[in-house]
Ligand binder design. Sequence first.
Ligand code: ZN
Ligand code: ZN
Ligand code: FE
Length: 764
Amino acid sequence: MLNGSLSKESWYLIHIDGLVQGVGFRPFIYRLATEMQLSGMVGNRNDGVFIKIRGSENDLRNFENRIRKESPPAACIHSISIHKSEPELLDDFRIIESKNTSEEITGVSPDIAVCADCLEDMERQIHRKDYPFINCTNCGPRFSIIKELPYDRHFTSMEPFRMCKSCNSEYTDVADRRFHAQPIACNVCGPVYRMISGKEVLYSLDDILNELSEGITSGKVYALKGTGGFHLMCDAWNQAAVLRIREIKKRDAKPFAIMASGISEIKENAEVDENEERLLQSWQRPIVLLKSKGRLAGAVSNGLNKVGVMLPYMPFHYLMFKKLKTQHLVLTSGNITDEPILIGNEEASSVFGNSVDGIIDYNREIYNRADDSVCIVVNEKPMILRRSRAFTPQPVFLNLQVEGIFAAGAELVNSFCIGKAKQAIMSQYIGDLKNLETLSFYEETYSRFEKLFRFKPRLVAMDMHPDYLSSRFASDLSEKHHIPLVKIQHHHAHIASVMASHQLDTEVIGVSFDGTGMGDDGKIRGAEFLAADLVDFERLLHFEEIPLPGGDRASIECWRMAVSYLYRVFGEELFALDLPLFRSIEENKVSGIVQLIEKRINSPMVSSAGRLFDAVSSIIGLVHYNSFQAEAAMRLEASINPFEKRRYDFDLSGESISFTPTIKQIVADCQQGIGQDDIAAKFHNTIVEVVVDSCMNLAKERANKIIVLSGGTFQNHFLSAAVEKRLSAAGLKVYLPKSVPVNDQGIALGQLAVAAKRHSSGLI
Ligand code: ZN
Ligand code: ZN
Ligand code: FE
């Protein structure tokens, strides 16, 4: 009887929700159903993919299992629902062409690293022998080449290339791996590379690779066109070449990313655990920050103990490593410091033409620029620090209706976010909105998103800081469309961003630590403990306020903050202290700052975790000037002696958290000649304790066990890992963001969520 019902055939309607369009999902379902001899159909719908099949309950169960297990690498199944359905008059299985135009909205997939099958085809298929643009339905460029929807070849920058006969027959054969692979191409019909060095131009791939290999070995520097923009490239073992790239980028001091030929080559220079290995090999191929063994040229990581590494992700990268003698290349974004990554061939040749030894580009346009994404593993979970290539425009699935909401983001490491139904689509990493170039990248990207996702704004969200260029863009947009504008406090947005990424919609205790964000009273804040939900927040606790002498200049000149803390603790006696700081900064400069503070000239009161890290870093003589954002904090973290478990005292008894005892003990340690590594460790242990103690107290007081950690300071691996472990062990539920950056790039998602929730609650 049971067997009878299991083998009885019926018709079923299966609905699959998630990232299932533009990633080769329908051909996969077709092949699976055909293999299992099930009849029916598959098609795209605006809310995912639907399948109708005829089969027994057993078939259905196997079918569902195999969908979950074998779906294409870039697909991400959110849910599968199954219902009985009306019978269809079908004896075979077919792919139904989609007619609904709005359905393509979810059809824009991120760029996908070349797959293993294609790498094999690159050796096997005659028309694709060593073809550097090989791709299939599972891999290849997507977001970077799309101009318009639907995602069809003629709306991508593949449009000028006419498919040859073989490509066309693969493209139209539903059983082929390249069925409807829009960027399909081969040696006969597709794009080609070229190399320009001086007056010489090479077109033969062999010549290019030979020349490149010799050049890299002899220390030359090249610009190489990638998926989402140009890279600058050289041998990562060659100090002089690496320093040359720093000059070309106009003295960029940030650590450079490395591309290594394989995992074992990465391990030669860095420690890699299994979670990091999985992340490195994922189809997104992000840059992963790893603990460096310090073997490559010193100028790569510039004295930091972490190195950002990625594996090859374009066919050309693989071909290149076959020829190269070195297995480690610097592969850093091809831009001038603080400007967007370059994408145009002519642009690259005018900016880099005179400074590099050669430019390797190709004749397909990059339409949407995207830097490499950056991740780190914290307590065995990936955390994303820069969300761009291979993540954009993958939506963040929400529990909220966000249609028509535009969230402008903040200022530094900016990204904006648009709402479509219950999905948030974040823009790629735009950068620091401080110059015309990044602003025009922002504006251009907004108009592309508007068109691509058929986005009609009906509500605009922005930061409270009126001078951010993103805020100005937001208010202009709201005026232009006559739609409401809502201002969302920076730290509330930080917390809401993490909540939205986990679909949390309840009251939480939020810890938001960063450099600076404007409070609703116009004060600058960056060390906040909040009780927050998606509608509103209450400020529970914060770091003691301290003068920020010289305003914004103090975020670059850390020593100003050091003087500010020392003056708070020691008053005029600070001049008598024997500190490393005073060996680098002249006394008259120090007294100048003391004057500013005393006379309260341009010295707003701030409460900021970032500035406290700056101050400590400078007091102990590590960094006095930030040559890139968060340098002082990064070097302080890099100095930690992991065996030092002690900490300093702090004061939780007042209305705010005071570090007067901490600073006193740090000064005492300095005067006793205690090493920077021990002080750095004790200071970090202190901050961990401050967060843990405060959260435990607040959790008890508010009878709330949910803790959310957010803000750029939590990019500090030591801090995030230790706080999460300690609070979880104490029985609290701790959240760091999932799939969005913890820094200001994540702000837009938080703004979007708060605006949506306020709107649905009738508050807007
Ligand atoms: Zn492939
Ligand atoms: Zn072809
Ligand atoms: Fe922030």
